[in-house]
Design a protein. Structure first.
Length: 315
């Protein structure tokens, strides 16, 4: 095992991933980087470099400095944020990927993890149990960039032998980092608001069903796909990944089991249109068959864990 570089380590997933990888491989083996320094405690917790994912020379110099073998490229502009700045979203989401793919092609790194998303699917995709291979006509800037990225990952693997691995994250829910500008982030914010003031105004309608996953499962899936033997990774675009699916109404009911007085109201905004274009549930049988993926958290288990951690954090 060589050295790992995480680009975009201060984001919602990157923060958790950095901690997990350091617990497995050792603090000095995992280099965190981001375009700016984030939380002071996190930055001080191990090797940290300020790296602009769009600066090829900065990325290359950091890889050479630490003899990096594996890169986790977590830098991206997420769905709702990307709609407000399409040109920058395309630039960041695509060119950062090209930089690491080209460095791998040149033999500078051995393995890449790049996250895709359920945003690659669109209004014409089957909504229930969305298959691994299906119609992909994304209607958001984020989705378009992720679908394009999948094609490039597959191309670089097939043509240049680059060992790049990817999963299509559903909505991710974490107690340790704040919402990051995604359409599924209501399912993070709702727990915070439940504890802060006992009520929440949701920007999606009550019956909007979306695929979701607890961050613990998402991080474990990310580590497991990178640890799997190369011959087990048979899909080099991106794997469907799933754990649960629910609506704002159902997550409210799960919270009310712990907090009976919690109330919710609904004021759908522009994110409703984004959510309506996405799948309601995902078929991830390929991931389960190829590299033995299994989720651990359902809605009730996640709700219990979220409320316990957020309550402890507030004390």
């Amino acid at each position: 095992m060589g050295t790992i570089l995480i680009i975009g380590a201060c984001g919602q997933i990157g923060t958790e991933l950095t901690k997990k990888l350091r617990s497995i491989y050792g603090t000095d083996k995992v280099i965190a980087s981001d375009v700016r320094k984030g939380d002071a405690e996190f930055v001080a917790s191990g090797p940290f470099e300020v790296v602009n994912a769009l600066d090829f020379n900065q990325v290359e110099e950091t890889i050479e400095k630490y003899n990096v073998t594996d890169v986790y490229l977590m830098a991206a502009l997420l769905s709702a944020t990307a709609e407000k700045n399409p040109a920058f979203a395309w630039d960041l989401n695509m060119n950062s990927l090209f930089h690491v793919l080209n460095l791998a092609k040149a033999g500078k790194i051995q393995k890449i993890f790049w996250p895709s998303s359920i945003a690659v699917f669109g209004p014409t995709t089957p909504k229930q149990n969305t298959p691994q291979y299906t119609v992909m006509e994304p209607s958001t800037v984020y989705g378009i960039s992720k679908q394009s990225g999948e094609r490039w990952c597959e191309y670089y693997h097939n043509v240049y032998g680059v060992d790049v691995r990817s999963i299509r994250y559903p909505g991710l829910i974490s107690w340790s980092t704040p919402p990051g500008g995604g359409t599924t982030d209501y399912a993070v914010d709702i727990y915070h608001k439940a504890l802060e003031n006992g009520e929440y105004t949701c920007f999606l309608s009550e019956e909007t069903r979306l695929p979701m996953m607890y961050m613990d499962d998402a991080i474990r899936a990310t580590v497991e796909i990178m640890q799997a033997p190369a011959e087990d990774i048979k899909i080099r675009s991106s794997y469907n990944l799933s754990a649960m699916d629910f609506t704002p109404k159902e997550i409210t009911q799960a919270i009310q089991k712990h907090m009976p007085d919690f109330t919710i109201s609904y004021e759908p905004d522009f994110r409703q249109k984004i959510a309506d274009s996405w799948p309601q549930s995902i078929d991830d049988s390929s991931a389960r068959q190829h590299w033995n993926w299994k989720h651990e958290f359902d809605l009730d288990a996640m709700t219990t864990d979220m409320l316990e951690h957020l309550s402890a954090k507030a004390e």
